[in-house]
Design a protein around this ligand. Structure first.
Ligand SMILES: C[S@@+](CC[C@H](N)C(=O)[O-])C[C@H]1O[C@@H](n2cnc3c(N)ncnc32)[C@H](O)[C@@H]1O
Length: 233
């Protein structure tokens, strides 16, 4: 996932308002833990939330994709980024907030991996810490066999990308095709994105099994909802 598309990532998601999302996230963090100081953004991608969150919190980022992290480091030169798998990492320190945004959590694919990710994240949480998860669709809300098309249109770069939303082995599979044009030429490539379809009870249970008190914000940052787990220790 994002192996071939990394250098186009920011253009692909140009329509997302990260500033507004980060302001909303800051409000949510402050409402549950007004004293929160440190934030670890897991699956941080190109660091577009951290770019804004760093004005409010002491931030670090973590992602599995080297190329996305290189872009994040250029965007946020003062921030420490970790190239790690969110299901199993050991940074040797703790944070007041650990978040996983824009449905990135579903890339763990299986419920077993979801539990590993939560367990790993929970071990890195300070007392009163928050685990904040922006979920992907569930089996009930995922719209199978729908075609999605997006377009990016700037003078020096134009991208058309399209995918069908497939259901395979109880997972959501996006077979994404990209047509990307720059002054160097036009290229076509495709990527398979496989995401687990966890339901509300699974997202909650995985947090509860970690001893976290679960809250749910229906709107979240982009209308996909948000789970907030509080470490009441
Ligand atoms: C949809 S992007 C979201 C990136 C960023 N949070 C944002 O809002 O723009 C999904 C991200 O999850 C990351 N990712 C997927 N599986 C991961 C894993 N096991 N550990 C860490 N990062 C992972 C990808 O590399 C990618 O950056």
């Amino acid at each position: 996932m994002f192996v071939k598309s990394a250098k186009f990532y920011d253009a692909l998601y140009h329509f997302k308002d990260y500033k507004k999302a980060s302001e909303r996230l800051t409000e949510i963090i402050r409402s549950f833990n007004p004293e929160a100081v440190s934030v670890l953004d897991t699956a941080c991608g190109t660091g577009k939330h951290i770019e804004h969150l760093q004005n409010e919190f002491r931030c670090e980022g973590l992602d599995i994709n080297h190329d996305l992290l290189e872009i994040a480091k250029q965007r946020c030169p003062d921030i420490l980024f970790h190239e790690k798998d969110m299901t199993e990492f050991d940074l040797g320190k703790k944070y007041d907030v650990i978040c996983c945004l824009f449905s990135s959590i579903a890339y763990v694919k299986t419920y077993e991996n979801l539990r590993s990710a939560y367990s790993t994240m929970n071990k890195h949480l300070n007392p009163k810490g928050l685990l904040i998860i922006e979920p992907w669709f569930s089996k009930e809300t995922y719209r199978v066999n729908t075609i999605t098309a997006n377009h990016y249109d700037e003078k020096e770069m134009k991208i058309a990308w399209m995918y069908n939303s497939i259901l395979k082995d109880d997972m959501s599979v996006l077979d994404i095709h990209y047509l990307a044009g720059t002054p160097e030429g036009v290229i076509h490539f495709s990527e398979l994105h496989e995401l687990g379809l966890f339901d509300d009870s699974q997202y909650r249970k995985a947090m509860q099994d970690e001893g976290l008190e679960v809250h749910y914000d229906r709107e979240g940052l982009f209308g996909r909802g948000m789970y907030i787990g509080i470490k009441n220790l």
